[in-house]
Design a protein around this ligand. Structure first.
Ligand code: SF4
Ligand code: SF4
Length: 191
């Protein structure tokens, strides 16, 4: 029995879910991380500040990626709740950057065209990138305004937003970085 056939049989027995044996290669192609190097020690989950809110712990994300449980993984909220803080990467004895794996899963989720578990977080990411493309950095007021328009969520975080504004943390006028043309060139290349 080939190793890929073994994986399919195991996942059907263990999870009852469709298996995509190419998913680990898809992840590697997107972000360069080899999910097979994870040996499930759980150090990433123990240190992750967002694990309490995730529907899958970070080490479960890795295990599902190894098994090719793509559909379940890209439908999870965990991939969107990762804050990209890299605490897991600093703790991982195998040098795995889970935030890159999470990013790859987000890209696969968007590419799939299926409903996202956390569509508002995806919108936030898009608006953040729009700000970086326009100004070379985030302009918080612009980001909040566009995000609120897209999500129609006008009233959450109003008090904390007002407090930040009163403390001068939110500038009305966007500032632009030097070398903005270089930043925009990167975006054109990425598109
Ligand atoms: S810390 Fe690294 S090796 Fe351990 S479970 Fe997490 S990703 Fe896998
Ligand atoms: S990068 Fe993501 S998965 Fe890793 S510790 Fe931070 S929030 Fe958790």
């Amino acid at each position: 029995m080939s190793s890929e056939t073994k994986e399919v049989c195991c996942s059907l027995t263990c999870a009852g879910s469709a298996v995509d044996p190419d998913f680990k290669r898809e992840i590697a192609a997107i972000c360069g991380e080899n999910v097979m190097s994870c040996y499930q020690c759980g150090e990433c989950t123990a240190g992750c500040p967002a694990a309490f809110a995730m529907d899958l712990t970070p080490n479960q994300v890795m295990r599902m990626a190894q098994l090719g449980l793509k559909d379940e993984l890209i439908a999870s909220s965990a991939i969107w709740l990762c804050a990209g803080c890299e605490t897991c990467a600093t703790r991982c004895p195998r040098g795995v950057s889970l935030s890159k794996v999470m990013d790859a899963c987000r890209q696969a989720a968007i590419k799939s065209g299926k409903p996202l578990a956390e569509p508002n977080i995806a919108k936030f990411h898009e608006e953040f990138l729009r700000q970086v493309q326009w100004h070379g950095r985030s302009h918080e007021i612009g980001l909040i305004g566009l995000y609120k328009m897209r999500t129609r969520d006008f009233f959450s975080d109003v008090i904390s937003g007002a407090q930040m504004f009163l403390k001068g943390k939110l500038g009305l006028i966007p500032s632009r970085v030097k070398g903005l043309s270089g930043v925009r060139k990167l975006f054109r290349k990425a598109h």
